[in-house]
Ligand binder design. Structure first.
Ligand code: URA
Ligand code: CA
Length: 432
């Protein structure tokens, strides 16, 4: 086979064979096919698209390009969840103990964050003593005994995706539905998922700008899942404003604890129950979404979910007393309110830019080696649709540095107050 023939075939809009896709990915990983040829192929895929079958074969080829985590020693159906780039998205820390508390095993390998706040691992490390470094044996034993463990990712998973993503980033080919779908699905499958729940965000800062595009991406992932035997469900959700009220590491952990106590923000609680219900159904711990939602609601009301959070923290050497005393978590030196400059309704709060403001306070990493400040971030006091009076606090900045003028300016530039607001719907679509 020759790479040039495969590129030409896709350029002309023809369907590639399984052998062609598998061969070119394999040769690329071995260094036998050049970056410029894969770049040309990616651009051809960008314009010509891929069939469901091609996207499934590409997914499988990327899975097989590296290590695959074997979770077969864990009892039950392992459901993994992934969100495509949220801001202030605390869902994993809430969902993992919640879903585990009704018996679905959560064996999660998570990453560190780049951008607005830390990732799930960084946030868990805001809990004193918490370790994300378990051996494979400890990880498996923890999930079998407690139904939950979250660790740092080890091994060389999907190297083909890493190399291809780096090329897409510099060749204007990130925004292709089959390429995004195979990238996301390959990582979940290599990490050992039996079934997958995906939260596809829609909004100005997200990959997908419209509900239609996000739904098409979701449908493509559901179709790939069918072909590779991983039952997949998708929620399309709004990200035109940050989810919940807290953005920042310790602040989001506090928000997660409050949500597991039944005292979380409405939107965050709703998204967690929607995603959690899908996870519980896929894990076969309930027959229907309604039944699953009832189980999860009861787990919050009875305190069972909160107990599971304590058990999870204790098992990974953390101090579970933070659950009853969240004020033990890191707190910033300064709490600075951002007063509204006019009266009206909050009409826009650009999620991505509010995330950027939080990163500038030190909550996130601009580059991989930056350290993050667990204590800092932003707490929204108003959300889209809320009435606000001139001088009233829109949000509270939690900072360890008194000078926050630049951050305030970014926030003012990206929050709009108008006479009337359109309140976005949170759950825009579900696909199975
Ligand atoms: N997230 C991914 O993991 N891959 C993509 O291609 C886009 C978003
Ligand atoms: Ca949040």
């Amino acid at each position: 086979m020759r790479a040039v023939d495969i590129i030409e075939k896709k350029r002309n809009g023809q369907e590639l064979s399984d052998q062609e896709i598998t061969w070119i990915i394999d040769q690329y990983i071995q260094g036998e096919v050049a970056d410029y040829q894969i770049s040309a192929l990616l651009m051809a895929i960008y314009f010509q698209g891929m069939t469901e079958h091609e996207a499934a074969i590409l997914t499988q080829a990327m899975v097989e390009s590296g290590d695959q985590i074997d979770l077969s020693a864990i009892d039950g159906i392992k459901v993994d969840k992934h969100s495509t780039g949220g801001v202030g998205d605390t869902t994993t820390i809430i969902l993992a103990p919640l879903v585990a508390s009704v018996g679905a095993p959560i064996a999660k390998m998570s990453g560190r964050g780049l951008g607005h706040t830390g990732g799930t691992l960084d946030k868990l490390e805001a809990i004193p003593g918490f370790t994300i470094e378990l051996s494979t044996e400890e990880f498996i034993a923890a999930v079998n005994q407690h139904k939950i463990a979250v660790v740092g990712q080890t091994g060389n998973l999907t190297p083909a995706d890493k190399k291809i993503y780096a090329l897409r980033d510099v060749t204007a080919t990130v925004n292709s539905i089959p390429l995004i779908a195979s990238s996301i699905m390959s990582k979940k499958i290599a990490a050992g998922a039996d079934a997958i729940v995906l939260d596809v965000k829609v909004g100005s800062g997200a990959f997908m700008k419209t509900v239609e595009d996000a739904s098409q991406l979701g449908q493509t992932m559901v179709d790939i899942g069918k072909k590779v035997n991983r039952d997949t469900m998708v929620v399309v959700s709004d990200m035109s404003q940050p989810l919940g009220k807290a953005i920042g590491n310790a602040l989001e952990v506090k928000e997660a604890i409050a949500t597991l106590k039944g005292q979380g923000p409405d939107d965050l609680t709703e998204l967690v129950l929607t995603l959690g219900s899908q996870m519980v159904v896929l894990a076969k711990k309930a027959d229907t979404i309604d039944e699953a939602r009832k189980l999860l609601t009861e787990a919050i009301e009875s305190g069972q979910a909160l107990e599971k959070l304590k058990e999870f923290i204790r098992t990974q050497n953390g101090d579970p007393s933070v659950v009853d005393h969240p004020d033990q978590l890191a707190t910033a030196k300064y709490q600075i309110d951002l007063p509204a400059k006019s009266s009206g309704q909050v009409a826009a709060m650009e999620a991505e830019k509010i995330g950027l403001a939080s990163m500038l306070l030190g909550a996130g990493r601009a580059s991989k080696d930056d350290t993050i400040d667990m204590a800092v971030g932003i707490v929204l006091n108003k959300k889209i649709g809320d009435e606000v009076k001139e001088g009233e606090s829109l949000l509270t900045i939690h900072a360890n540095n008194e000078d926050v003028e630049e951050v305030k300016q970014i926030l003012y530039d990206n929050i709009t107050i108008a006479d009337q607001a359109d309140v976005p719907e949170l759950i825009l679509n579900t696909i199975h």
